[in-house]
Write a protein that binds this ligand. Structure first.
Ligand code: NAD
Length: 717
């Protein structure tokens, strides 16, 4: 035994070959947490003293190789100053450099995911052999940072500047064959042969058959490209990378490129210092704070879903009522995740439409080579379209997705309740109608919940699971489990008009309407909000949602929250709706829609909209700068989110932020509305609310923020 820790051990195998094995005690995966970093340094010291080691393999005893750094530790580490972060990274790198410098060859045997720090661990070795089932990558930029354990230095030397930039800037993991092609690994083998293959490689190094010293030397010196070649590589990578993500919104790839540009002509130790300085700079950006927070929120939401699911009934078959936009999407999504589903409608043409949409989506996957025609057939056969209730006695859960009309919904739910087994769960996909109110029509209200999918179902990750007053925990649990089974992320909320997401979205639309009334140009507002980071501005969004849906939703919300959602004027959305402008669905809303070459609706300006809007605009038009547009819309949005926390509609800021990002596309690099308030500072936010409070109740700061600010609290620690 060369070294024994509870994260890492180094044992001798045969013929002077050591095995450095990662096997974190009581953990499901290996990761580089503070303790592992410490043990790695100790293991390297032990190896420096061991004079009988001729070569070494690095292995993992877990399913993953090493998952990466421990992201939970980032929250505390990134609060330190930039220079402290840099010193910490340089210190950790010292162990990696000393490991690289050991006087014998090292081969990494990558059995599973080698991500981030895990990938960087393998790059310190001279050779890498990979199981054909494993993946490898440097996903750090997705967290707003970039590789800091020598990853940018060694990858540029091993696979070349252009490949390394692509690997780092996109953060996408590589499967074995792709990694081999890139030169990121030297061989791929079947999982069972991995250790033998690694030992074989190290033996070849020891015997001199492989020139491992030359392989190491490559990593210690500057990149072997002349100035012109370097310039070409950087320019083409920048073009490609900045076209994908705006560096003002997502600065990490740009910071990584800047660091690499600075260090490619330096020897390793100096290059590592440059990398560490760049890493520290990235770690201090608000985007890193938001994206790391987002990762942790995502983990929390998934953990909560798992906890909820404990009481779930088994679901072997589901049914959906309605084969419209949502019903068809729900049937497709269930079938594509392996769940048989009955799809019932009252019109056969709707069933044809639902099946047609499902085959179109599956057909696209076949065209892209992501699915075989046989698999497509199998998936489609899981959807059973029907006009009658014949097979409903066996189904475990029924999702109602008929028209948004309380009377129709109550009648349909009552009817189906009489046909299903006693413990069958009934869920409604209503966007606005109270779950407690719909439950009044039922004999078994405890079996009833809301299950709110977003459009388009196959693309939107969020499902709100709504607990009505009488919903049982089993009903909530089963619906959460179903959402997870369907590949969605469920967030459990309590019942109220609009639930969580729509309750927050409508004050935002209200703020938009008020801006237009006072003279703002809707196309300008869209531009400002898109620059802020929204995938689409409010005018475009309402066009996509449908102005009819918007007006209907606004009525429900106005009834539920008249103090802040019932305007005393006719807004632009209502006016356009009255003029039969329904948005994309009938080709004209705020914008006009034409079909592009690929048959997708493309928005174009429509002078007639401006003519119409003149009738609702104040005679004295006001001018708004971009910041005023952002502040007014964001205050309405964030205030309502906080009110949902106050009213216990949603339990935690983490769930609220995740729901807004996944449900309506709140800019992920801003972390969600609660994170947005935190980053502005609660006192500053309160001052902004104060400034706009004269506009109405929606702009007045909720008591919760006042209390938190007075107590010096924030939403996130
Ligand atoms: P839709 O009009 O496209 O589809 C409704 C379908 O229900 C139609 O096919 C209709 O024939 C069918 N139907 C009517 N009565 C029925 C009955 N008694 N039994 C079986 N089928 C019946 O509507 P949609 O957009 O799919 O919306 C459905 C539900 O989902 C609504 O409650 C809506 O609020 C909600 N929702 C819609 C969206 C969206 O963006 N479209 C998003 C989230 C939730």
């Amino acid at each position: 035994m060369v070294y024994q820790g509870n994260r890492i051990t180094v044992t001798m195998l045969e013929d002077g070959i050591a095995n450095m094995q990662y096997n974190a005690e009581n953990e499901s995966v290996n990761k580089f947490d503070a303790e592992t970093n410490k043990q790695f340094g100790e293991a390297v010291s032990a190896l420096e003293k061991a004079d009988d080691v001729k070569g070494l393999i690095v292995t993992s005893a877990k399913g993953v190789f090493i998952a990466g750094a421990d992201i939970t530790e980032f929250v505390g580490s990134f609060k330190k100053s930039e220079s402290e972060i840099k010193d910490w990274v340089v210190h950790v790198n010292d162990a990696f450099n000393r490991f690289e410098d050991l006087p014998f060859p090292k081969v990494a045997a990558i059995n599973g995911a080698a991500m981030g720090g895990g990938c960087e661990m393998t790059l310190v070795c001279e050779y890498r052999v990979m199981s054909d089932k494993a993946i490898i990558g440097l996903p750090e930029t997705q967290l707003g940072i970039f590789p800091g354990f020598g990853g940018t230095v060694r990858s540029t030397r091993i696979i070349g500047i252009d490949n390394a930039l692509e690997l780092i800037a996109t953060g996408a993991p590589k499967k074995a064959l792709a990694a081999l092609k890139l030169g990121l690994v030297d061989a791929t083998v079947p999982a069972d042969d991995l250790q033998d293959a690694a030992i074989d490689l190290v033996k070849k190094c020891i015997s001199g058959e492989l020139d491992w010293k030359a392989k190491r030397e490559e990593k210690l010196v500057p990149v072997k490209l002349n100035q012109l070649e370097q310039a070409m590589a950087f320019n083409s990578a920048k073009g490609m990378i900045f076209a994908k993500a705006n560096p003002k919104q997502y600065p990490a790839p740009a910071l990584a490129i800047a660091a690499i540009e600075k260090h490619v002509n330096l020897p390793r130790d100096k290059a590592i210092e440059v990398e560490a300085a760049g890493f520290a700079k990235a770690a201090k950006t608000p985007q890193a704070e938001s994206l790391v927070g987002l990762f942790l929120n995502d983990q929390l939401v998934k953990k909560l879903a798992k906890q909820h699911s404990k009481k779930a009934h088994e679901i072997n078959e589901a049914a959906v009522l309605g084969a419209g936009i949502m019903g068809g999407g729900i049937a497709y999504q269930a079938a594509s995740k392996g769940l048989p589903i009955i799809m019932k409608d009252i019109k056969s043409e709707q069933l044809d439409l639902g099946m047609g949409e499902a085959s179109k989506l599956l057909g696209k996957m076949v065209d892209r080579g992501k699915m075989t025609p046989a698999k497509m057939g199998e998936t489609l056969s899981r959807i059973r379209p029907t006009l009658n209730y014949g097979d409903f006695a066996e189904t475990d859960i029924v999702i109602e997705a008929v028209v948004e009309n309380p009377n129709v919904k109550r009648a349909v739910l009552k009817e189906v309740e009489g046909l299903v087994k006693d413990d069958c769960i009934l869920a409604s996909n209503t966007s606005t109608i109270s779950i407690t109110f719909l439950a009044e029509a039922l004999e078994r209200p405890e079996n009833f919940v809301g299950m709110h999918f977003f459009n388009p179902v196959h693309r939107m990750p969020l499902v709100e699971v709504i607990r009505g007053k009488k919903s049982s925990e089993e009903a909530v649990a089963t619906t959460v489990a179903l959402a997870t089974k369907m590949g969605k992320v469920p967030v459990v909320v309590n019942d109220c008009p609009g639930f969580l997401v729509n309750r927050v979205l409508f004050p935002y639309f209200g703020a938009f309407d008020l801006l237009l009334k006072q003279g703002a140009d809707f196309a300008h507002v869209d531009k400002v909000m898109e620059k802020f980071g929204w995938p689409m501005g409010p005018a475009y969004l309402i066009d996509v949602v449908g102005l009819d849906t918007g007006v209907h939703g606004a009525e429900v919300m106005a009834e539920g929250f008249p103090d802040r959602m019932k305007p005393d004027y006719k807004g632009a959305i209502e006016l356009l709706y009255e003029n039969k402008r329904l948005g994309q669905k009938n080709g004209v809303g705020f914008y006009k829609y034409e079909m592009d070459k690929r048959g997708k609706p493309k928005k174009v300006a429509d002078e007639a909209t401006y003519e119409l809007l003149k009738t609702t605009t104040d005679s004295e038009k006001q001018e708004f700068d971009d910041q005023a547009i952002i502040d007014r819309t964001m205050i309405a949005f964030c205030n309502e989110t906080v009110r949902c926390l106050e009213d216990n509609i949603v339990s935690t800021p983490s769930e609220a932020d995740m729901a807004m990002i996944m449900g309506v596309g709140f800019p992920p690099f801003r972390g969600g509305p609660c994170r947005y308030v935190d980053q502005m500072g609660l006192e500053n936010y309160l001052a902004l609310c104060e400034k706009y409070a004269y506009l109405g109740k929606a702009y007045e700061a909720p008591q919760k923020i006042r209390d938190m600010a007075a107590a010096g609290e924030t939403f996130y620690a």
